[in-house]
Design a protein around this ligand. Structure first.
Ligand code: 13P
Length: 260
């Protein structure tokens, strides 16, 4: 299986990191990424307080940086929220929206996720829209229904040109942080479904990068990234270890190479 799309690997640090140890991790990833072929793009989504640090240490490197969430509001009296424009001030590229941890622990609705996606786009950021089913939903045969509805809530508020500027990440909730990744067949099946939904929005939306997330490790990355509709990964725990993260990036490079 192969396709001509380039690969993208993004680390989601979640609520990890401290100022001092971040230096070695960011510098190490920046250094390691220099060796990657041009058709592999790399990013890290760090906690807000480390934006200036990411900008200082990653600026001029192959590694882009971004946020793990963004406010649905442009500005105003929203204590604790961070606006897309503020994130863009730090030359960030990405903003994750609709991560399952935000949907589950912060009650984010599909409509809120859609509004956040619009805000990110309006500020010139690339939203990484996360979708995924729980174990109960998978076992009751509702996977496509759930992820289809999550994606659709975003697509309906976007023009085709806007939709062409998003990234979608399929992250089965049961695979996140559990060490139990989806098999490459399971992931490919959902990705193919999502690809068809994107293509139905317009020809320019068909090739939106589709990332897989959920217990991606150096050991399983190559097999996942070889699948026809898997364009890379959204990496949690393994993104906190320089060697593991770079090994996953190398697996993306190898998969891109096979495709090319
Ligand atoms: P893990 O890679 O730790 O399973 O996390 C995946 C994830 O939630 C990335 O957003």
């Amino acid at each position: 299986m192969s396709n001509q799309r380039s690969k993208l690997v993004v680390g989601n640090w979640k609520m990890h990191g401290r100022l001092a140890p971040n230096v070695a991790l960011l510098q190490g990833v920046a250094r390691g990424a220099q060796a990657l072929p041009q058709d592999v793009r790399v990013g890290v989504c760090v906690p807000y307080p480390y934006f200036a640090q990411a900008q200082a240490l990653l600026g001029g490197s192959r590694v882009a940086w971004g946020a793990q969430d963004v406010s649905a509001h442009e500005q105003g009296a929203y204590t604790g929220e961070v606006a897309a424009g503020m994130i863009a001030d730090f030359e960030a590229t990405y903003a994750i929206v609709g991560h399952s941890e935000r949907r589950a622990y912060h009650g984010e609705s599909p409509e809120l996720v859609a509004a956040k996606t619009q805000r990110a786009l309006a500020a010139g950021l690339t939203p990484i829209v996360c979708v995924g089913e729980t174990l109960d939903e998978r076992e009751s045969g509702a996977t496509e229904c759930v992820v289809g509805a999550q994606l659709n809530a975003v697509l309906v508020v976007l023009s085709a040109d806007e939709a062409a500027r998003i990234v979608v990440a399929y992250e089965p909730v049961w695979a996140i942080g559990t060490g139990k990744s989806a098999t490459s067949e399971q992931a490919q099946q959902v990705h193919a479904f999502l690809r068809a939904r994107l293509a139905a929005k317009g020809a320019q939306v068909a090739d939106v990068p589709l990332l897989y997330g959920g217990s991606v490790k150096p050991e399983n990355a190559a097999e996942l990234f070889r699948q026809n509709d898997i364009d890379g990964g959204l990496i949690g725990g393994a993104a906190l270890k320089e060697g593991d993260f770079l090994a996953i990036c190398a697996a993306a490079a190898a998969a891109a190479d096979v495709a090319g």
